[in-house]
Ligand binder design. Structure first.
Ligand SMILES: [Zn+2]
Length: 269
């Protein structure tokens, strides 16, 4: 039963059962949070563990890759998702932010191990994940169910049938960086400079995809709501209040629009 030899074993909710079909595939997610511990708490609460959680320092394994994990939504009458030989990785971070080099290097190492262990080809049958546009869901994701059912390879959560989340939203350079062979240097990645060594802003950010860790999406699958014109977030206001001209950034003052906040369901991503 496959446990990755360089992963830290950390069981949480256990497997969702045996696989019901193949071929093997790798599903990439983002945790929609800034720490592994925050992700573990959410997985425990929702019983939504992937096989692996990866951050810049550690590869954690929660479930043996010989049985199914739990991070995908699965509808009663469609294809199997979690149990269709999907080996799932949650990358600590956000769909709308860049992924750091150290984290991607860990994901890459893990992917090579999964590919070798379960004969997963280095292809993306439903296309590459689509990156965020202005920090939001770009839409138009290919979730072809026949490919999913019949073709091994890599899939973003955004490319899995029956699912609505848009993670991991890798950019093209991030995918190229992930798919490098051991013999290829990172300098062969076009756009390498867009992959940061560190992302200090991540710790203060929040998800643009509410409650990603709940695969059944109870908070994102709201009954049809009248769609307001895209609720715009106020950008931080820059106030230059010092005589020397150094600029301070403050939160936007509470506006009148706030009155609707508590009664409005989360925007559906
Ligand atoms: Zn996901």
């Amino acid at each position: 039963m496959p446990r990755c030899p360089f992963a830290t074993w950390k069981p949480i909710s256990g497997s969702s059962g045996t696989y019901t079909g193949g071929p093997f595939k790798i599903v990439h997610h983002t945790t929609e949070g800034s720490t592994a511990q925050g992700a573990f708490d959410a997985f425990k609460k929702h019983r939504s563990d992937p096989h692996f959680t990866v951050d810049a320092t550690t590869i954690y394994q929660h479930i043996d890759t010989g049985s199914a994990s739990r991070a995908l939504k699965n509808l009663p009458n469609g294809v199997q998702t979690n149990r269709d030989s999907a080996v799932q990785i949650e990358v600590v971070g956000f769909a709308h932010r860049p992924k750091t080099r150290a984290t991607l290097e860990n994901v890459r190492r893990l992917c090579r191990w999964i590919e070798a262990t379960h004969s997963v080809p280095k292809v993306w049958p439903n296309g590459l994940p689509k990156p965020a546009v202005n920090g939001q869901d770009p839409g138009g994701h290919n979730r072809n169910a026949t490919n999913w059912d019949t073709k091994g390879g890599h899939y973003g959560h955004s490319n899995v049938p029956e699912n609505t989340h848009w993670d991991p939203a890798y950019t093209k350079p991030e995918v190229d960086f992930l798919m490098l062979e051991g013999t290829e240097g990172p300098e062969t990645v076009e756009g390498l400079e867009t992959i940061p060594f560190d992302d200090p802003g991540m710790a203060r950010d929040h998800s643009h995809m509410p409650d990603h860790a709940d695969p059944q999406g109870t908070s994102t699958e709201m009954p049809a709501v009248r769609r307001k014109p895209a609720a715009k977030k106020k950008p931080p206001v820059k106030i230059d209040e010092s005589p020397t001209g150094s600029v301070k950034t403050t939160e936007a003052p509470a506006g009148k629009k706030r009155s609707t906040k508590d009664t409005t369901p989360h925007k559906i991503d």
